[in-house]
Structure formats: C-alpha cells, structure tokens
Ligand binder design. Sequence first.
Ligand code: ADP
Ligand code: MG
Length: 294
Amino acid sequence: ATPTALLVGTGRGAQLGILIKGPQVLESTRRVDTIVLDKTGTITTGRMTLATVNAYECGSEDELLRLAGAAESGSEHPIARAITAGALSRLGSLPASSAFASEQGLGVQATVDGRQILVGRPVWLLNRWGLNVPIEMQAVMGTAEGDGKTAVLVAWEGRVRGVLTVSDTVKPTSVAAVARFRTLGLTPLLVTGDNLAVAQSVAAEVGIIDVTAGVLPADKARVIRELQAKGHVVAMVGDGVNDAVALATADLGIAMGSGTDVAIEASDLTLMRSDLLAAADAIRLSRRTLATIK
Ligand code: ADP
Ligand code: MG
C-alpha cells in the first residue's frame, strides 16, 4: 500500500464526515465480514422518553417518579436522562440527591430524602441487593418489553416499589444501513445490555436476525473475541461508555460522533453523521481505496 493512495482515502473520508485515526486503519477494513451493532444510540436515536409509571407499595406514582428522577439526575445514561426529564416535566421540580453511584449497565443508587433509592435492572436488584421482583411487576415489565420499551425497577428500604418504562426510536436510516451491510457481504449482529424482548423488537424492525441481549459491558468484548476465534474479522459500531472495550477489541472500531469520548478514543473511525449509513460508506470507501492501490 502506498501511503499517498491511503491518504487520498482519508481525505475523501473527511468529506464524507468520517474521521479516520490513521491511514493504517483502512487496511483492517478489507477482510471485515461481520458487523456488531450496539442498540441504544447506534441503531436507535438514544433520545429516550419516559413512557409509563407503575407504583406498588409506595405513596403514589408521583412519589415514585420524584425519588427515581432525583436518584437518576447524577447519571448521563439515556435511560437516566429520560427518567429525570420525565419527572421534571411532570412534577416541576425534584429534590436534591447525594451519595450517587452507578454500576455500568446495571443501575444507579443515590440518597434522596434520607432514603437510599435504587434504580436498575432486575438481575442487579437480586444479585447485588437481594431484592426479588414481585410477580405483578414482572408482568408489567414483560408487557412493556414485548412492546419494545425498556423497563427499569425502583426500590428502597428492602422492597421493589415500581416499574418505569422508557421508549426509544429506531433512526430512520438504520433499516437501509443494515441492508447496505448485507450488500457489502457483512453479517450484521445486534449486541446490547438491554433485555431480549426489546432487542428482538428493534432487530426485527431493522432486519437483523442475530441478537445477543442482556450482556454486561465486558461481555460485549467477549462476544467479539468469540467471533474472532471462529475466524471472523469483526467491525463494531457503538457510542457508549459501555461499548469502549468492545470497540477496542474489534478489528475495526467505529464510534458515533454523538457518542461518549471514551467510545471515540477506543475507535479507529468516528462518524460525524451519527448514522449507520455513514458506517457503510466508511467500509465501502476504504475497500475502494485499497482496490486502487492494488
Ligand atoms: P445498551 O447496550 O443498550 O447501550 P447498557 O449496557 O447501557 O445498554 O444498559 C443495560 C441495562 O442496564 C439497561 O437496559 C438498564 O436495564 C440498566 N441500566 C443501565 N444504566 C441505567 C440507569 N442509569 N438507570 C437504570 N437502569 C440502568
Ligand atoms: Mg449505546
């Protein structure tokens, strides 16, 4: 490969809104045959909105939302932003919170009105806090998830007290992009920390068959290593803090420009247009650039 031809490729990349870390990156795109896609913020807009509030064993829905909204105000996660914004718009103001801590891909905790409030997924409440999810809340979660919504639980003082659901929308270009990946000979896979029902509903909407759901951030990288062990050359597209290790592990890491700094730093390419069609353009461009060199 002559450096000049490769640099022309990177210049054209800049015109298309694709920032390439260095000319050597183009080399790794040639044999890519599998593309792993994150869900939230990558296939979907990641601009979630609060959809439903179900309170059990607590004063009222407003009380549940007030405490959860305050607890989530310390988190940048799209779920947290949706809950805090939804609570603020419904209640006008929120109490202060302190002692905030989050566990990536699991949930958050904070002290509000002297109580320790937990907001997160069922497996975290069970394994980390020893809390069981009452059957009626499981039913509410199941219905929402079947409908493509993400459900999280709110707990305090030893009991799970409610279910909040948030909804996200698939980016308008994601369907065409998945079709474009197939045309380029790439097998698309969806890998997400979210629940299987939600993941399958998004996958069906964009035309992806292979889905791995409920994974922790470290497991996203393991999924990629397993594919590599089977001889696949893997590209990964993501945006979140929880995608960084997977982006660094992939043969070609592609970050959404709207994503977090850690995701961008861990990647080989950054898409200024935060759109999966730009990922397809990037792969096509680099293959063409390489073809002119041969
Ligand atoms: P994704 O792979 O779709 O980007 P994440 O790994 O960030 O998802 O999160 C996985 C799951 O962890 C979420 O679906 C949610 O159940 C839970 N979770 C993560 N962060 C939070 C938060 N701030 N509040 C409540 N739940 C959270
Ligand atoms: Mg994401």
